[in-house]
Design a protein. Structure first.
Length: 445
């Protein structure tokens, strides 16, 4: 306890760090306030019809926006359009040679890419805003005030676009003048905002069962803590290659007299495979409502996380997307060329294409356990619901929400620890440096 108090005193004594923390908290408070401002023309007392937005792919959007999506807030779309635009630009930087050249232009190239990303965000937001209007007019038509319905198509997309751009601006300010990774922190706050209410609902549900229910609730909390600790260990170790493989691929590159491992990660794709998988699994459900008679059966298989068939398909899709996304962002030939330029080599393997093939093979081997672990984390909420955990609380047992939450918290703590170590204070942990994922948008997002 004394160590914690001393650390907090050290953090508060650093004027620059104190300013960053206060600015970050202030901007996050503004963001959370905005999520409760309902769109003009919507009666907030009749929004119960949007409860379906808390599951499936819409549930993911609602989680990222802190519940603003299901509340028909002016910030309903949150930061998701910006994330979509960032992912698209990232993929274009991998697939389009001209984009690769711009990215290598240094600061000017990055500024140009960022500006294009902002323009693309406006386009994506407008498209999603009109889709959201259609969704409201279908699922929440009772909540739309009749006297305002004629203007609803015009005002809502404009307000939603302005709301997303405002959230994007908040994220950039947090990145520039706050604790960094503003987009990731905003997503994390949106996810955390749902935790107290989910915890309360779970407690009330278990309390209704009597004293035995309270014991079950305590066991659930213990399991949740164990899952979180396991994810922390996994995220802390994603930068390390398993020893058996690391010994094979380490070269003679010297940096400060120490050998360095090649930049291989057990899970280079981050949480992107889970996000893609949730979107893919939601499509058959969407199509079934217009094309098939057995809507309930198809919806159960593809959108019910408790269904075993859903879990199997979901795990396969996650593993497949993990390999696909890793192949897009990791280039073995570039790593082999960099190794050659730095007078490095892989013992027993010829330089050039043989080295690239060998590194690619090793990457596939270490990606497989990472993909399996990612799939397991993705289906854990389904097992939690089967064990009787309420849907809202079960979402924190795994999936995208827990991965992003843990990764961003670790990364934020790493930012604070770096500030402390720069000023010769003790870090936040005695056992070693905290390692985060650096950015949900790049890892996470």
């Amino acid at each position: 306890m004394k160590k914690l108090i001393d650390t907090l005193k050290n953090i508060w004594s650093i004027a620059e760090l104190r300013s960053k923390i206060l600015l970050t908290l202030t901007l996050l408070l503004v963001y959370r306030f905005g999520t409760f401002i309902v769109l003009p023309g919507i009666d907030p007392n009749k929004l119960s019809s949007l409860s379906g937005a808390k599951s499936g792919a819409l549930g993911l959007i609602d989680a990222f926006s802190g519940g603003a999506f299901s509340q028909a807030s002016i910030l309903a779309l949150g930061i998701m359009p910006y994330i979509s635009a960032s992912i698209f630009m990232q993929l274009m930087g991998i697939l389009v040679p001209q984009m690769q050249k711009i990215q290598k232009d240094g600061e000017s190239g990055r500024n140009k890419i960022n500006q294009w990303t902002r323009y693309l965000t406006v386009i994506v937001t407008f498209a999603q805003a009109y889709a959201y209007v259609s969704y409201l007019r279908t699922m929440g038509r009772d909540a739309i005030i009749d006297s305002f319905s004629a203007y609803f198509w015009v005002t809502t997309p404009i307000l939603l676009t302005a709301g997303t751009l405002f959230v994007m601006w908040l994220g950039e300010k947090i990145t520039d003048k706050g604790l960094g990774n503003g987009t990731s922190i905003i997503i994390m706050i949106g996810i955390l905002a749902r935790f107290p209410n989910s915890l309360r609902n779970e407690f009330l549900a278990r309390s209704a069962m009597g004293s035995g229910g309270i014991l079950i609730f305590v066991i659930e909390l213990a399991i949740l803590i164990a899952v979180i600790l396991g994810l922390i260990v996994l995220i802390q170790g994603v930068r390390k290659v398993p020893v058996n493989y690391a010994k094979q691929i380490v070269g003679n590159r010297q940096f400060g007299g120490a050998r360095q491992f090649l930049p291989l990660k057990v899970n280079a794709a981050g949480v992107m495979p889970i996000i893609f998988a949730q979107a893919i699994m939601f499509l058959p459900t969407l199509i079934s409502y217009t094309s098939f008679e057995n809507k309930e059966g198809i919806s159960r298989i593809f959108s019910d996380p408790r269904d075993y068939i859903h879990m199997t398909f979901y795990a396969i899709v996650v593993i497949g997307f993990t390999f696909l996304y890793t192949s897009l962002i990791f280039n073995p030939k570039q790593v082999a060329d960099d190794l050659k330029r730095n007078n490095g080599f892989v013992p027993g393997v010829k330089p050039g294409q043989p080295t690239a093939d060998f590194i690619g093979s090793v990457m596939d081997k270490i990606t497989l356990p990472g993909a399996i672990l990612l799939a397991v984390v993705g289906i854990l909420p389904g097992f939690a619901q089967r064990a009787g955990v309420t849907q809202g609380f079960a979402a924190f047992y795994g999936g995208t929400s827990l991965l992003i939450m843990v990764a961003v918290i670790l990364d934020t703590l790493q930012q604070i620890e770096t500030q402390l170590l720069m000023r010769q204070y003790d870090g936040l942990m005695k056992s070693g440096r905290i390692q985060g994922r650096q950015s949900v948008t790049n890892a996470v997002i």
